[in-house]
Design a protein around this ligand. Structure first.
Ligand code: HPA
Ligand code: ZN
Length: 356
């Protein structure tokens, strides 16, 4: 078996990935629908931007920072994640952050990305909303031509903050409606159910935003029901705990509600014991519209093609599983139907060329 390390070169976890399979997982066209831009903040870039802004990064070296990436659950990760993004201050910082992600994503076969950002984690530190959005959208626009990757932004509310804070953030975001395709919900899940944000999401939909929500990561299947019924989420982010509820699985299957699954994240945050026990294959076999994503790749050991390679190796996914996952990623995206067809045709051409 070919041994190749994932995007996390150097001294991080070494994954045994076979990128020499018939389907080259890095070349396979795909969409990424669950990635937090702040979770793509690599330690080297944290140090570069900290120095540029005259801010103490809090660790003596890049290696010392990376050594702190040992998580026991979602909250233990969030503590490190929010600490890392403290050094972001200027439009250029946000531009550099998103550009670094888009370059890595393009190198992993991503043709389209729908990227979360957490404005409250920036505005609460005094960074204007306009600065964050200008930096991120500038990077997305530049990548469209240079990297041939399209992208949308999804604004996430921090669910451990109040519904009032979310509503105030929505008010600020409304003038940027043409730059933000959807509203999402992330951060500490347990104890912060979707119902807490029903009124804010009603308002967001009335203003023309699509909606998605993290649910069923650490929280119970009831939170997935609430995300669907109260927030009218068009996709469920994570949703792995849905499998505990057969009626919920049946609804997700029947309504073809996409689940943006993040295998490395689930292992690193102890949602599942290891990749070999990841429910992705069971989700596919149950007829669910599951997709593979990286979530917070700078923290969890790999970008999206690395996640594909990890589950292929650990779960023995077939080529048809892999192709279904890639097609699902476009079907589940917010691009229009004509673009979906173009991307799915590209997968068919790619697989035909690979197998001939
Ligand atoms: N779950 C919830 N909130 C998050 C995550 C996650 O995996 N990553 C960044 N914010
Ligand atoms: Zn997430």
């Amino acid at each position: 078996m070919t041994i190749a390390c994932c995007a996390c070169e150097k001294a991080r976890t070494v994954h045994l990935y076979n990128f020499a399979r018939v389907i080259d997982l890095r070349q396979l066209p795909k969409a990424e629908l669950h990635v937090h831009v702040e979770g793509t903040f690599e330690p080297e870039l944290i140090f570069t931007i900290a120095e540029r802004n005259g801010i103490d990064p809090g660790y003596a070296s890049v290696d010392a920072l990376r050594a702190a990436y040992n998580f026991t659950d979602l909250q233990s990760f969030l503590n490190v994640y929010y600490a890392g993004m403290r050094v972001l201050r200027t439009e250029r910082d946000y531009y550099d952050l998103a550009t670094a992600y888009l370059e890595r994503a393009a190198a992993q076969g991503v043709r389209h990305a729908e990227i979360f950002f957490d404005p409250q984690a920036h505005t609460d530190r005094g960074v204007p909303f306009a600065t964050v959005v200008a930096g991120l959208t500038g990077a997305l626009e530049a990548a469209r031509e240079r990297l041939r990757i399209s992208a949308h932004l999804i604004l996430c509310f921090l669910r451990d903050l109040s519904a009032e804070s979310a509503m105030a953030t929505l008010e600020v975001a409304i003038p940027y409606r043409n730059r933000i395709i959807a509203i999402g919900l992330d951060s500490a899940e347990v104890g912060n159910p979707p119902s807490k944000f029903a009124t804010v999401f009603d308002r967001a939909r009335a203003e023309g935003f699509l909606t998605v929500a993290h649910a069923g990561e650490e929280g119970p299947p009831e939170y997935v029901w609430e995300a669907l019924d109260l927030l009218h989420a068009a996709r469920i982010d994570h949703g792995v705990r849905s499998l505990e509820d057969p009626q919920l699985v049946e609804r997700l299957r029947r309504q073809r509600i996409p689940l943006t699954v993040c295998p490395f994240s689930n292992v690193k945050l102890h949602v599942v014991a290891d990749l070999a026990h990841h429910p992705l294959k069971r989700m596919l076999d149950a007829g669910l519209l599951a997709t593979v994503n990286s979530d917070d790749p700078a923290y969890f050991g790999g970008y999206v093609a690395d996640n594909f390679a990890g589950v292929v190796a650990a779960l023995g996914l077939s080529d048809s599983d892999v192709i279904a996952l890639a097609k699902n990623s476009f079907e589940a995206s917010f691009v229009d139907d004509a673009k979906k067809r173009v991307h799915i045709n590209e997968i068919d051409h790619f697989t035909a060329a690979t197998s001939s």
